[in-house]
Design a protein around this ligand. Structure first.
Ligand code: COA
Length: 408
């Protein structure tokens, strides 16, 4: 078993997802400091006729993290209690001592649910989050659309012009390493782009890197639920993140403005066009990190470049130049760095004037052949990684990265 303190945090290639416990803990700390009384739990259930699926539940856990307004202590405790009931069943732990105010408040909220069935708790959780999300959305409706869209993002910049929606990764000082927040914001931005009136959606990076992959500092946050819960939630986040690329309905273009690492490379097989500057490189150092492929690359890369070349990248971590990536079919076209932006955007603006529905339908015909397969691969890769993140190989590799940086 890996140690459970943050100094020896196990490695997780993706950010934590749905860390309801941490959120609640933080909320509860403030709540109890303000002499919160635990209320009786009564929920307005709006759509219990059909039980919420596990996927609805996972989505709701992610939504909780994105709430723009503090829902108040009473609601936070309800969320906590429903989460525990839905995942573990009726309260089964001893009542915390009288001075342990935080845990006592949480315990009482959970215990108040009695023998509520897990499925009902899951549905109630989904309903509660859905109510919170819509009231939070309606409170921001007064703002102009453009302001509201951008206000939702801190780590990406989203703009729409000339029929093109651009999602730009925006942590240039950290080489656009993907934090937990960034994963969530990219998913939100993709969701918004899928519904807006643009024809083409572009993902690109700000600064000299496209992206350095998962932000390795994500590994240092261990929730109170422990490392296994963290690995599980991280796998859920990864699966949802990759799933949003698999399901994206419009032409999706990667404008690879510089080196690309890890998950920013592996999902490229799910894009429709990949344009790269000749300065770009493509690197998936999974084995070096004790980890395994994700982003459906275990399936898309052998298909794109053949098993031998895919193995060189995915198993042995060979870094490809832009020219090599083009020769192997991962990249659509390479441009000289000096004219990259001009040439790419001119090309994309011309494409965006093509009949919108025809582009969309054509993309869907091509991709629909494999959607089911891709989702299955995504699920498998995520679940294998969930195990890898708990391995000592993985832990040592991440600790090496940080200790080498510390020595510089
Ligand atoms: N996670 C966390 N921080 C990262 C990061 C990552 N994936 N990539 C870059 N950073 C940070 C660096 O720690 C540094 O932070 P600091 O300025 O606070 O020291 C900053 O971004 C700039 O990176 P630096 O390493 O100084 O730039 P570089 O040009 O020498 O090297 C990389 C760039 C990408 C080659 C190097 O940072 C790296 O190897 N990162 C890890 C990549 C990785 O393994 N990703 C996971 C793949 S699964």
């Amino acid at each position: 078993m890996p140690p459970q303190n943050s100094a020896h945090a196990p490695p997780f290639r993706v950010a934590m997802a749905g860390v309801v416990g941490r959120l609640i803990r933080c909320w509860c700390r403030r709540a109890v400091a303000g002499s919160l009384k635990v209320p009786a739990l009564q929920l307005h259930v709006s759509k219990t006729a059909m039980g919420a699926s596990q996927k609805d539940f996972e989505n709701a856990m992610n939504q909780v993290k994105l709430l723009k307004e503090d829902p108040g202590n009473e609601v936070k405790l309800k969320l906590y209690a429903l989460y525990k009931q839905a995942t573990e069943g009726p309260c089964n732990t001893p009542k915390p001592g009288v001075f342990d105010l935080i845990n006592k408040a949480k315990w009482e909220a959970w215990n108040a649910l009695g023998s509520l069935p897990k499925e009902t708790a899951r549905q109630n959780y989904v309903d509660l989050v859905s109510g919170l999300s819509s009231s939070s959305d309606s409170s921001s409706q007064a703002k102009p659309e453009a302001d509201r869209k951008q206000a939702e993002y801190e780590t990406v910049v989203m703009t729409s012009e000339d029929g093109i929606t651009k999602i730009m990764l925006n942590r240039p000082a950290k080489k656009n390493a993907l934090t937990e927040q960034m994963y969530q914001e990219i998913m939100l931005a993709l969701e918004a782009a899928s519904k807006d009136d643009s024809t083409i959606t572009v993902l690109t990076g700000n600064g000299d890197y496209y992206s350095s992959g998962n932000d390795l500092t994500n590994f240092t946050n261990i929730p109170p639920e422990g490392v296994e819960a963290k690995a599980k939630n991280s796998a859920i986040l990864l699966r949802n993140f990759v799933g949003s690329f698999i399901d994206f309905p419009k032409p999706l273009v990667a404008v690879v403005n510089g080196p690309a690492v890890g998950i920013s490379v592996t999902v490229l097989g799910l894009f429709d066009l990949v344009y790269a500057t000749d300065r770009a490189t493509f690197h998936t150092p999974f084995s070096h990190l004790g980890q395994t492929p994700e982003g459906c690359s275990s399936y898309t890369f052998p298909k794109i470049m053949g098993p031998a070349k895919a193995a060189e990248m995915l198993i042995f971590g060979k870094k490809l130049t832009a020219g090599e990536a083009y020769a192997q079919g991962l990249v659509t076209e390479v441009f000289p760095d000096s004219t990259f932006q001009k040439e790419v955007w001119t090309r994309l603006k011309a494409y965006s004037k093509l009949p919108q529905n025809a582009l969309r339908i054509s993309k869907q015909i091509i991709r629909s052949q494999e959607k089911e397969k891709l989702h299955a691969v995504n699920a498998k890769e995520s679940s294998i990684l969930q195990e890898r993140w708990l391995s000592s190989e993985c832990m040592n590799a991440i600790m090496n990265f940080f200790s080498q940086k510390a020595k510089l």
